[in-house]
Write a protein that binds this ligand. Structure first.
Ligand SMILES: [Zn+2]
Length: 173
């Protein structure tokens, strides 16, 4: 993949060497780069072209290294009414700790004086993909005659059609 300005392709891994950082607690380094991951997808939800833009700071702390800042991407999710793709900017704030002896599910490993930010940003972005957006506030859906807009509660995600009968029971008065 080539960036629009023709520069070299973004890497598919982001590994930061922390030897210099670890010499002194409080040392910081900015990590501003792009990453392209090919597995940023959950069901119908994805990141456009898998492109992530990182604006992070890696800082040496007593127990290890902290990576914090923001990861930006363009998410693509089907509209919950008409199912057309909806592209929305996604900004994810992260704050993660890396340790030589990580705690499962809480902190990330430092391995041979390097940290791998790839799984960290992948997980943060996947967990932040929009759940059920609308292409526009007045989207009428695929068949407005059969499914009037007002019949779909705004806060409800798209449902399995098998539940439709239950919904009618619940909402009819
Ligand atoms: Zn729509």
């Amino acid at each position: 993949m080539t960036d629009t300005d023709g520069s070299v392709a973004a890497p598919d891994r982001l590994i930061v060497d922390i030897v210099d950082l670890r010499r002194r607690t409080g040392s910081r380094r900015a990590v501003n780069s792009r990453l392209v991951l090919d597995d940023l997808q959950v069901g119908e939800k994805s990141v456009v072209d898998g492109v992530l833009t990182m604006d992070l700071v890696v800082e040496s702390v007593t127990e290890g290294v902290v990576a914090s800042g923001r990861v930006s991407a363009m998410s693509r999710t089907p509209c919950r009414r008409c199912l057309r793709d909806v592209d929305l900017p996604l900004d994810v704030d992260i704050h993660e700790v890396f340790e030589a002896s990580p705690t499962e599910g809480e902190t990330w490993p430092i391995e041979t004086e390097r940290i791998d930010l790839t799984p960290v940003v992948r997980e943060a972005v996947l967990l932040s993909l929009p759940i059920a957006p609308l292409c526009s506030d007045d989207c009428v859906g695929p068949e407005p005659d059969r499914f009037p807009t007002g019949a779909v509660p705004d806060e409800e995600p798209q449902r399995d059609e098998r539940w439709a009968a239950l919904d009618e029971l619940r909402f009819d008065e």
